[in-house]
Write a protein that binds this ligand. Sequence first.
Ligand code: PRP
Length: 184
Amino acid sequence: MHQMKDDIKYVLADEKKIQETCDRLAQQINKDYPDHNRELVFVIVLKGSVLFATDLIRRIDRPCTMEFMKVSSYGAGVETSGFIQVSLDLKRDIKDVDVIIVEDIIDSGRTLQKLCSLLATRGAHSVKCCTLLDKPSRRQVEMVADYTGITIPDEFVVGYGLDFAEYYRNLPYIGVLDPSVYSE
Ligand code: PRP
């Protein structure tokens, strides 16, 4: 019987590595947000970052809240030509709160760049970004996350939230998809 793991060329980050990364990122965030009087909101970008977000926020040892957004970024070429389409927006005001956007991966950087600017225009006290994976070799706009988990090469990765045609998100690790799967 064909199994998901048969489509994985190699494992890039196993469960242990992912959990260690979540530990490190949460420790940094816990240290950076000592003011418990100001609300800290994690804005979780659907769908890819859901698994990461649940592992990350259960390690946050101060009060915090979570909200969800679904966005897509479009536009090639120069930075200013891209725009962001929001298909699921926040249902609340984020004025004066600290926001941490949670992403599974930064690729071109367009999504996070646009989303950071959008949330900043809504009057947040601060907007920072936390990404599990970073593919700096694919960057098209200047974008550096405030918290970066694992820097990876330019490979097609799936698992732990990341998909190919909506599948593989449920793999517990992050693997490189065998090219035979998407060139079929
Ligand atoms: C992925 C990822 C980021 C974005 C990164 O989302 O979750 O949001 O692409 O790419 P960029 O840096 O080039 O903008 P995707 O649109 O695949 O949606 P999904 O999370 O629902 O799979």
